[in-house]
Design a protein around this ligand. Structure first.
Ligand SMILES: Nc1ncnc2c1ncn2[C@@H]1O[C@H](COP(=O)(O)OP(=O)(O)OP(=O)(O)O)[C@@H](O)[C@H]1O
Ligand SMILES: [Mg+2]
Length: 332
């Protein structure tokens, strides 16, 4: 609680040793607060935080063996990049010669080899973020707590740093808790993802399970795109009975678009086909996205661009079909 504001409510989470766990959720959903609770910067009003089975509620944050990257970077403004990186090593009593070697090696890893002498204020946002990441990693702590570690980077650099984080995790197997609002990043990096919504955990699972079997409409929409078939104006067929309090959902890439789809033999009774009118087509490099009006709903269809494929234009009549087993039911 921040005064009357409950930023996080009834949070119960077990983090497995060595796993890469991502906390994902929209802005204001309580991700940073949850991480700060783990880090010991915010004390819970009720409950406890345990590491290795022991309560750490009474252990101040700086006495815990953890590397932290804050959302606001929190670099020491009066120290050079090199001195910023040396700080956690000094705290742990590492000798000067070894510190220098470790700092140079880490600067290379985050592509900042020439920036050791700069002050934080002389760096761009993305460069500051990489220094903060380097500072969290440098003392080789067993626990890493990272708040939006790649948020300020451009796409290329972000992908490079993602694989850097991934290989570091693979190599050293540190227990890592990473906060992000970027779904793709969460899906790529994590062993498990915790989806947060309004201060509470909505669902926790592996990336594949969360994407393929979202429990709620919120998770379906937040993690990727979803066609929610609520009163769609046609009868939705499925292999399983619809549980009470749910709506059918299908992912855009599970729908095929065509004039007359060539159905495999024996496939017909496993599929549902509908006809509709193309509303618009969006070209996005390797992907093509259609919005197709079917009954009273507008369905999103996504297909990978391949040679020889027919391209449809707004106004075209098309046929959509999908496997009935690709229909999911999500709680409203
Ligand atoms: N120090 C504070 N005092 C009062 N309210 C706070 C404080 N810090 C955060 N909050 C509120 O708690 C809620 C959760 O904030 P938090 O920073 O955990 O969100 P977040 O999920 O990290 O969001 P973002 O993606 O924008 O970083 C928000 O409504 C926020 O306004
Ligand atoms: Mg935050």
């Amino acid at each position: 609680m921040y005064g009357p504001i409950a930023a996080v409510k009834d949070l119960s989470l077990t983090i497995r040793p060595g796993e890469f766990l991502t906390i994902l959720g929209p802005s204001g959903s309580g991700k940073t607060t949850a991480l700060m609770l783990l880090a010991g910067f915010v004390a819970p009003n009720n409950g406890d935080v345990l590491i290795g089975g022991k309560s750490v509620a009474a252990v101040p944050s700086y006495r815990r063996d953890q590397g932290i990257l804050f959302q606001s970077y929190a670099l020491f403004p009066h120290l050079t990049v090199r001195r910023n990186l040396e700080f956690p090593l000094e705290m742990r009593g590492v000798k000067a010669a070894e510190r220098a070697t470790l700092v140079e090696r880490m600067l290379e890893r985050v592509h900042l080899g020439d920036f050791g002498c700069r002050m934080p204020a002389q760096l761009s946002g993305g460069q500051q973020q990489r220094v903060a990441l380097a500072r969290a990693l440098i003392a080789d702590p067993p626990i890493l707590l990272l708040d939006e570690p790649l948020g300020a980077l451009d796409r290329n650099l972000r992908e490079q740093m993602q694989s850097e984080l991934k290989s570091l995790h693979k190599e050293f197997g540190k227990t890592t808790v990473c906060v992000t609002h970027d779904q793709e990043e969460a899906l790529t990096l994590s062993d498990r993802i915790v989806v947060m919504r309004a201060g509470q955990i909505e669902q926790t699972d592996t990336p594949e399970a969360l994407y393929d079997r979202p429990a709620t409409r919120f998770v379906a929409n937040f993690l990727g795109e979803a066609n929610i078939l609520e009163d769609p104006g046609f009868n939705v067929e499925s292999d399983t009975a619809q549980p009470v309090g749910t709506v059918p959902m299908i992912r855009p890439e599970r729908i095929c678009v065509g004039v007359s789809v060539a159905l495999g033999r024996g496939d017909v009774d496993r599929r549902q086909s509908v006809t509709g009118t193309v509303d618009d087509m969006i070209y996005a490099g390797p992907l093509r996205k259609y919005h197709v009006r079917v009954g009273s709903s507008l369905l999103t269809v996504r297909e990978h661009v391949a040679s020889g494929q027919q391209i449809f234009r707004p106004g075209d009549e098309v046929r959509l079909d999908w496997l009935r087993s690709d229909i999911r039911f999500v709680a409203t």
